[in-house]
Write a protein that binds this ligand. Structure first.
Ligand code: GDP
Length: 301
């Protein structure tokens, strides 16, 4: 069994490769839930839905959000009748979200996701990091912003001063899954808003210390491949580099996978982590995703 810690863009790219080279029955994916919230009357768990769509080959992998080829009839109609949506939710995607909202009322989030994964024919286990509602605020030079307001309404433009998120309890099965895995892969996801929330759950770091952990850096050179990760790291005074990423995971990290462009950081990284793997980490096609996944799997002792 391999456990993967995931957000909603970088790690799903890796999952596309991973599911081609390992038996998907042997994969457990623990997904960030920190940014989940209600929009337009439905529960939006963007990272979980991205992982569901990735594992069922439905993902819009240009945007890493929503379903490939989706229509936007409801979204456009809502706009016409004076009820514009902050999030652009497609029609098929909305059906997933309506179903999840209904299932959650009866069973809670974990079970709702389990039912949806089964209906989508996904053999892997997908576990939300928590069944509890969480809250994340981005403290900026224009005031305290809700995460999606920062990301969408303000296009990640304001200067970030701090990030605050609420404590939640881990969903059941997370610690067990880490403890019973041959290895844990921390995908190239935002270390601050996607991975740290999972790491801060009770018992997760202890479990990781006893397991082989390999992380892929989402930072190449001195910037993130996409999204606001570098901005968030800077705000928290973390060096924006693969070295900064490794230092965040130092406690339990066994191997960091960095890009060829960062080969000169090997020595510095070896002060923090035992093994440094250098390869192409830009996943812009399926071959690149499969190659990176294979290198990670081959590195597991
Ligand atoms: P979010 O939930 O949408 O923020 O997505 P994630 O947290 O999963 O991923 C965002 C991170 O993925 C960003 O920090 C990017 O730098 C990283 N990322 C995206 N594509 C790639 C890639 O091809 N290679 C690497 N190394 N990182 C990537």
């Amino acid at each position: 069994m391999i456990t993967v810690l995931s957000g909603g863009t970088g790690t799903p790219k890796l999952l596309q490769g991973l599911k081609e080279i390992v038996d998907p029955n042997d994969l457990t994916i623990i997904v960030n839930t920190l940014e989940n919230d209600y929009f337009s009357g439905v529960y939006v768990s963007a990272d979980i839905d991205t992982v569901l769509y990735t594992m069922s080959d439905m993902i819009n992998d240009e945007l890493w959000y929503g379903v490939k080829g989706d229509t936007f009839i409801t979204h456009e109609r809502l706009d016409e009748i004076g009820c514009p949506e902050l999030l652009r939710i497609g029609d098929i995607d909305r059906a997933t979200k309506i179903q999840k909202t209904q299932l959650m009322e009866e069973y809670g989030l974990s079970k709702a996701v389990e039912i949806q994964a089964e209906k989508m024919g996904i053999p892997s286990k997908i576990i939300p990091m928590s069944d509890e509602n969480s809250d994340i605020k981005i403290i900026t030079d224009i005031g305290e912003l809700e995460f999606h307001d920062f990301l969408i309404k303000h296009q990640s433009q304001p200067e970030v001063l701090d990030i605050k998120f609420s404590d939640v309890s881990p969903a059941s099965g997370i610690i067990n899954s880490i403890e019973n895995s041959q290895a844990v892969i921390i995908g190239p996801s935002n270390p601050i808003t996607s991975i740290s929330p999972i790491l801060s759950l009770d018992g997760v770091k202890d479990a990781l210390r006893d397991t082989y952990v390999v992380a892929v850096s989402p930072i190449i050179g001195s910037d993130s491949v996409s999204g606001p990760a570098s901005k968030f790291m800077k705000a928290l005074n973390i060096d924006v580099s693969s070295v900064g990423v490794a230092s965040l995971y130092e406690d339990f990290l066994d191997n960091i996978v960095i890009d060829n462009k960062d080969a000169d950081k090997k020595q510095q990284l070896n002060q923090i982590v035992n093994k440094v793997t250098i390869t192409n980490t830009i996943m812009n096609n399926l071959d690149a995703k499969k190659n990176l996944a294979q290198i990670i799997i081959d590195s597991i002792p």
